[in-house]
Design a protein around this ligand. Structure first.
Ligand SMILES: [Zn+2]
Length: 186
């Protein structure tokens, strides 16, 4: 029983009945041939597309904690490759943001939170045995300019990303939406 989800389900039923979806109907192809890798931060949910002038159907938006790529053959690159090869995107914007929560993460602190929430210490041990390096996996990147450039470089230099794809790095202000480019040499 979760009251909040019940409310969402009730709203959803009304939304569809009243054809609230009509202004959003579009195709699966991004009209601006644009893919964006950014953070899952809730301050950006509406602010980022509004501040960039993007509407439904314009861009493929890929999100995770921090908007980073940790594994060069992980799920973010997979999504970017799908955007390029299946959905005809030719431009990638990597957008990190000011005051990001993922900045201040640490593997140790998160392990403490896990234990506080009742996770069995054995599970932490098993994860380690399975090859999880908590410090690397849950690291806080500290320097936003460096993290956005590191991420953009991984995409630009990726062996499966064609050379003619534009990749640029930005930091968005989490309050005003101001976008600042961070230039980099590939
Ligand atoms: Zn963030």
């Amino acid at each position: 029983m979760n009251l909040m989800i019940d409310e969402i389900l009730a709203y959803n039923k009304r939304f569809v009945e009243e054809k609230g979806y009509e202004p959003y109907v579009t195709t699966k192809y991004p009209d601006k041939k644009l893919a964006i890798l950014t953070c899952m931060d809730t301050r950006l949910t509406e602010l980022l597309p509004k501040a960039l002038g993007l509407k439904n159907g314009d861009a493929k938006i890929i999100k995770n904690a921090g908007g980073v790529i940790l594994d060069p053959f992980g799920t973010e690159i997979r999504s970017i490759l799908v955007a390029i090869y299946e959905l005809h995107a030719d431009t990638v914007m990597v957008i990190h943001h000011t005051n990001c929560g993922a900045c201040h993460m640490s593997g140790d602190a998160m392990i403490h939170h896990m234990l506080d929430h009742g996770i069995d210490p054995k599970s932490i041990k098993i994860a380690r045995l399975c090859g999880v390096d908590f410090d690397k996996w849950l690291y806080g990147f500290g320097d936003t300019e460096k993290s956005v450039v590191d991420t953009a470089r991984i995409i630009k230099n990726h062996p499966l990303v064609p050379a003619d794809i534009t990749v640029r790095a930005f930091i968005i202000d989490s309050v005003t939406g101001l976008l600042t480019e961070v230039p980099f040499n590939p």
